[in-house]
Ligand binder design. Structure first.
Ligand code: ADP
Ligand code: MG
Length: 231
C-alpha cells in the first residue's frame, strides 16, 4: 500500500451552496499534509466525507485501500474502517464529565466487543497503554481529572493520546489549533508531527494559519469554494 487516502471527483451540494466541487486528492501513506482555505471553503466537509460521516453526491473515497464511500453510498463496514482513523476537532471532542483516562481509553472502543465497551471494562494492559500515551503527550498528571477541567491545549493533547491508544493509521485533524494560544498551538502541531514521524501516522490537518502549514507540513493543499486550487 502506498496511498493512505484517495479522493476521486468528490462533489457535495447543500441546499444553497456547492461545498465540494469535484475534489480529487491522493495522500501517500506516511505523508503529513496541511489543508488550508478560508472559512467556508469546504475543509470540514471534506474531512467528514473522508471519515464516512457524510455521504457525497458523487465521487469516491478510499482509505487504506478500502472504499469508505462511492457514489453516495457509505461502506457497510465503515465502523471497522474507522478503527484505523483518528479524529481531532477544533471543539475538543472529549466527554467533559468523564476523566481524561476514560476518554483516552475510548480510543479502544472500535476494537473491543460491544459488551466490554458498554461496561467500559478495560484490562490492565489497556490502562497501561493509555497512561503511556498520556505520558507521551505530557498530561499524565491530569489522568484522573474530568476532561472539562482541562485547558484547550491539554484537551487537544488528550485527543491525540486517544488516537495513539487507538493506533490510528490515519489522523484527521480539523482545525485542531484554531482555539488555542500560540504556545499550545505549537505543542499540538509538534505532537502531530511526531505522530507522523515516529509512529508512521498519515496526517491530514486543516489549518487557518498558513505559517503553521509551511512550518510543519511538507505538502500544503488549498481549497477555495470547494475546489483544490493549490497542491
Ligand atoms: P470550512 O471548514 O472550510 O470552513 P465547511 O466545510 O464547514 O468549510 O463549509 C463549506 C460550505 O458548506 C460552507 O458554505 C458551509 O456553509 C456549507 N455547509 C457545511 N455544512 C453544511 C450543512 N450541514 N448544511 C448546509 N450547508 C453546510
Ligand atoms: Mg471547518
Amino acid at each position: 500500500m502506498t496511498k493512505a487516502i484517495e479522493i476521486r471527483k468528490l462533489s457535495k451540494a447543500f441546499s444553497h451552496c456547492c461545498a465540494l466541487d469535484g475534489v480529487s486528492l491522493n495522500i501517500d501513506a506516511g505523508e503529513m499534509v496541511a489543508l488550508i482555505g478560508a472559512s467556508g471553503s469546504g475543509k470540514s466537509t471534506l474531512m467528514r466525507h473522508v471519515a464516512g460521516f457524510l455521504p457525497a453526491d458523487s465521487g469516491e473515497i478510499v482509505v487504506l485501500d478500502q472504499v469508505v464511500q462511492k457514489e453516495g453510498k457509505i461502506s457497510p463496514t465503515i465502523r471497522r474502517q474507522r478503527a484505523e482513523i483518528g479524529f481531532v476537532f477544533q471543539q475538543f471532542n472529549l466527554v467533559g464529565r468523564l476523566p481524561v483516562m476514560t476518554n483516552v481509553l475510548t480510543g479502544l472502543l472500535y476494537r473491543t466487543s460491544l459488551w466490554r465497551s458498554l461496561l467500559m471494562r478495560f484490562s490492565v494492559t489497556e490502562r497501561q497503554q493509555a497512561l503511556e500515551a498520556l505520558v507521551a503527550v505530557g498530561i499524565e498528571q491530569s489522568a484522573w481529572q474530568r476532561a472539562a477541567t482541562l485547558s484547550g491545549g491539554q484537551q487537544q493533547r488528550a485527543a491525540l493520546a486517544r488516537c495513539m491508544v487507538q493506533r490510528a493509521k490515519v489522523v484527521l485533524a480539523d482545525e485542531p489549533i484554531a482555539s488555542l494560544d500560540p504556545e499550545s498551538a505549537r505543542n499540538v502541531m509538534e505532537l502531530l508531527a511526531s505522530m507522523n514521524r515516529d509512529r508512521g501516522c498519515t496526517v491530514l490537518v486543516s489549518l487557518h494559519q498558513v505559517e503553521f502549514a509551511l512550518k510543519y507540513c511538507k505538502r500544503t493543499v488549498a481549497l477555495h469554494r470547494g475546489k483544490v486550487v493549490y497542491d
